[in-house]
Design a protein around this ligand. Structure first.
Ligand SMILES: Nc1ncnc2c1ncn2[C@@H]1O[C@H](COP(=O)(O)OP(=O)(O)OP(=O)(O)O)[C@@H](O)[C@H]1O
Ligand SMILES: [Mg+2]
Length: 497
């Protein structure tokens, strides 16, 4: 390991009356990976945002290579070599991959009069290829999947030649293959002397990647340890302050009649001839690689993209031209990308919960705010959302709590058929267990559930059946109890190396 590059001393931070960080001390060495763990809302992202110049600290100091460092804005931090890959991706959606990578440092020709697109494109391509990614430099970011957008952010940081690279849950949206690729890159960057701060809820990743582990709980630094000197159960115990075994709750739902059926679904782009049924009380998983077309199936069913095909709910044909048709018909959809398609980040938490539920509350004529708040708060309490005030904007919540807002929304909507796309992304181990219990509860109440997940263990722990997708088609329909991971991978053509 190299020189000490960063020293954080006594950093404190409050938002309003709530103290989010309490006298944090933390060191970082060049050529090493430091993992930061903690439950949702523990203060991980806030600490990193102080380092990146997004928020000022209330107290304490930061030394960067021995010198006092107090960034006034993100550009300050970037100039000093601190690059940040945020939990909520922030790319310019309307620009291309190349334009995002060169944003703020465009190459020009003719003495600065003209953008040198050719040079930028060549450099982008070289960057993509050198790191073993597959991406079109001219693709618009808005047209990319979450996983692909994440790769753009990583490439941008690489291009900025960061000394310290902060990654806030970088793999939560990547496929196994993409994640493995990222790990290789992280190891490579570390060996070249870069210092990396890595935030993740995935313990195995941390054990594999990190040299040191720091555990935050309720804004306090509980423990910092060499990775060889700590085990996963010890990390989890430090995070939650009690013993907690990760496990999937027992499934008790009675499987009944077919609730949802789709036949011959296509979106004229990716999805081809997709047909399946989901019964009452049944949790059907959908496995496949990122890009296999799973989210596209959900989008076509929910009327987000125009598609053709037959949809039946409780045996009755339904026409879905837009999401509100789908909601009316009794279909709920928790999207995988809470920032882009899930939440209205600037709106109060409570509105984010009640958004598709206004009819139910009798709000067509008048907004009955009190009732809205009460009912949403009850549902939100049920999933243990941490908010200071129901009327605070959704973007003041930690990432995991934002995810729970979406869950609360669809719990309140009481739909017959629910699609959950990566519902446990970015949420801590304790909250994961709550989500699993919730899914089971919904199944026990007779709902039909489609669970799209890239987490193989989650699919095996939670589902009755599994559909495997590859290149826009369903390649297998398997009974979970009678199948193996290898079978699922074979049908999804998941390459594990
Ligand atoms: N801009 C803000 N205004 C008010 N409160 C905020 C703001 N940003 C964060 N908070 C609060 O600070 C606390 C810590 O949030 P933070 O995002 O740092 O958590 P985290 O450890 O990154 O959690 P997660 O694992 O869910 O991402 C939370 O209670 C959150 O609601
Ligand atoms: Mg966070």
């Amino acid at each position: 390991m190299g020189e000490r590059i960063l020293e954080i001393r006594g950093i404190s931070k409050s938002f309003g009356a709530v103290q989010v960080l309490k006298k944090i001390d933390l060191d970082l060495d060049a050529g090493s990976v430091l993992a930061i763990c903690g439950e949702n809302g523990a203060g991980k992202s806030t600490l990193m945002k102080i380092l990146a110049g997004v928020h000022p600290a209330d107290a304490g100091r930061i030394l960067l290579q021995g010198k006092e460092f107090s960034p006034k804005c993100p550009q300050d931090a970037l100039k000093c070599g601190i690059s940040m890959i945020y939990q909520e991706l922030d790319l310019a959606e309307d620009l291309t991959v190349m334009e995002n990578i060169f944003l703020g440092c465009e190459k020009t020709s003719l003495c600065g009069l003209k953008l040198d697109a050719r040079a930028m494109r060549e450099e982008t391509l070289a960057l993509i290829q050198a790191n073993g990614f597959e991406l079109d430099p001219d693709a618009r970011v808005a047209d990319l999947s979450v996983g692909q957008s994440q790769i753009v952010v990583i490439l941008k940081a690489l291009h900025d030649q960061a000394k310290i690279l902060v990654m806030d849950e970088p793999t939560s949206a990547l496929s196994d293959k993409e994640a493995k690729q990222l790990f290789r890159i992280i190891a490579q960057l570390r060996d070249q002397g870069m210092a990396i701060i890595y935030i993740s809820h995935r313990m195995e990743e941390i054990m594999q990647l990190a040299n040191r582990v720091a555990v935050l709980r309720d804004g306090e630094m509980i423990r910092v340890e060499e990775v060889e000197k700590i085990t996963i159960p010890e990390i989890i115990r430090a995070m939650v302050g009690r013993e907690l075994n990760e496990f999937y709750p027992p499934r008790n739902a009675q499987i009944g009649d077919v609730v949802f059926e789709v036949a011959g679904l296509t979106d004229h782009k990716k999805v081809q001839d997709v047909s399946f049924q989901v019964r009452a009380g049944e949790i059907v998983g959908m496995a496949g690689l990122v890009g296999a077309g799973r989210t596209e199936v959900a989008n076509a069913i929910f009327g987000i993209t125009p598609g053709a095909g037959k949809l039946l709910l409780n045996g009755k044909a339904v026409k879905v031209k837009c999401p509100s048709d789908a909601i009316q018909a009794g279909i709920g959809y928790l999207t995988e990308d809470r920032k882009r398609t899930g939440l209205c980040l600037g709106l109060p938490c409570v509105w984010n919960v009640t958004l598709p539920n206004l009819d139910k509350l009798g709000m067509k004529a008048v907004l009955r705010l009190k009732k809205e708040i009460n009912e949403a708060a009850t549902v939100a309490n049920g999933v243990h959302i941490k908010w200071n005030d129901a009327e605070d904007a959704a973007d003041t919540l930690s990432g995991g709590n934002q995810q729970k807002l979406l869950l609360a929304r669809w719990l309140m909507a009481d739909s017959q058929f629910l699609i959950f796309d990566e519902p446990t992304r970015g949420i801590d181990v304790g909250a994961k267990k709550e989500v699993y219990a919730l899914l089971n509860g919904l199944a026990e109440a007779g709902k039909a559930i489609l669970l799209i997940s890239s987490d193989m263990q989650e699919l095996f722990g939670m589902t009755d059946r599994m559909l495997v997708m590859r290149e826009g088609r369903i390649t297998a329909d398997l009974k979970t109890a009678e199948t193996t991971q290898e079978t699922v991978m074979k049908y999804g053509a998941i390459n594990m190396d």
